[in-house]
Design a protein around this ligand. Structure first.
Ligand code: F6R
Length: 252
């Protein structure tokens, strides 16, 4: 695991975007696993900028998003489908039919999970971008006694609903369920890029990267993956900097 702590968020965004861009340069038909939330916003902006400066084409790229709220149509401004169009897809040359998110409006949610898993099985992810929740969730795999491997419907934890309420007018409007890729699907990605920012993530980042590997902190399972790159701003990395464990920290 290579962990880089950045002095500025701009530099973090540029380096994370450069890693995504280089994946596409190396493999124009790359399969990218994408995330939503606040963490990737600057990364997508930097990626759009880099793609335009270097004339990088996403025409052959396929994307799979980690998750989508149950009950929000793609036109809803808080759906993850809407977010992805706004933040990235509308600004690069990727054909929309090559972009995939779970369909939170499916009448048969179980069948939708099977459909998503079949697609993921046929197109293994080259690079999966991840944020992390304050409770250690990745995708919407919330801490639990046992985690689910494949795509599934999950009940969001009260803490996750509260954290995401900032995007909605009122907390009651935050959906209570989501469809999420499971941890096995996430860990199947060839490479994983985990990004976290802000002092409020410092504790969970330390727990995830240096604590016990436990379903109580789903992000800790990333310790079992052979090719994880972690990019942190200095606030999110502050607990690691004081850590004297044998972490390979790079300061940038
Ligand atoms: C988003 C996702 C979530 C977020 C996490 C952090 O697609 O799967 O796991 O990455 O909740 O969210 P932010 O970035 O808003 O702090």
């Amino acid at each position: 695991m290579r962990i880089t702590i950045f002095d500025s968020n701009e530099e973090l965004d540029a380096r994370a975007a450069a890693l995504i861009a280089s994946t596409v340069v190396e493999r124009p038909a790359a399969v990218l696993g994408l995330a939503t939330g606040s963490t990737p916003v600057g990364i997508y902006k930097a990626l759009i900028r880099q793609a335009s400066q270097t004339k990088l084409s996403f025409a052959g790229v396929t994307t799979y998003n980690l998750d989508e709220y149950v009950g929000l149509p793609p036109e809803h401004d808080q759906s993850y489908a809407y977010y992805m169009k706004q933040q990235l897809f509308d600004h690069i040359d990727i054909p929309l039919e090559q972009t995939h998110l779970p369909n939170g409006m499916a009448t048969d949610l179980a069948a939708e999970c099977v459909r998503y898993d079949r697609m993921l099985a046929s197109q293994p992810i080259d690079l999966q971008l991840l944020g992390v929740g304050h409770n250690g969730h990745i995708g919407f795999n919330e801490p639990a006694e046992a985690l689910v491997g494949g795509t599934h419907v999950t009940d969001l934890e009260p803490a996750t609903i509260a954290a995401n309420a900032r995007f909605f007018e009122r907390e009651e409007l935050v959906p209570r369920q989501a469809i999420t890729m499971g941890v096995a699907s996430i860990l199947k990605a060839r490479q994983i890029l985990l990004v976290a920012r802000g002092a409020d993530k410092a504790q969970i980042v330390k727990q995830a990267l240096t604590g016990p590997i436990s379903t109580a902190c789903p992000a800790s399972l990333l310790q079992t993956h052979a090719h994880v790159t972690v990019m942190l701003d200095k606030e999110a990395g502050k607990e690691l900097m004081s850590d004297d464990s044998a972490l390979h920290l790079v300061y940038s």
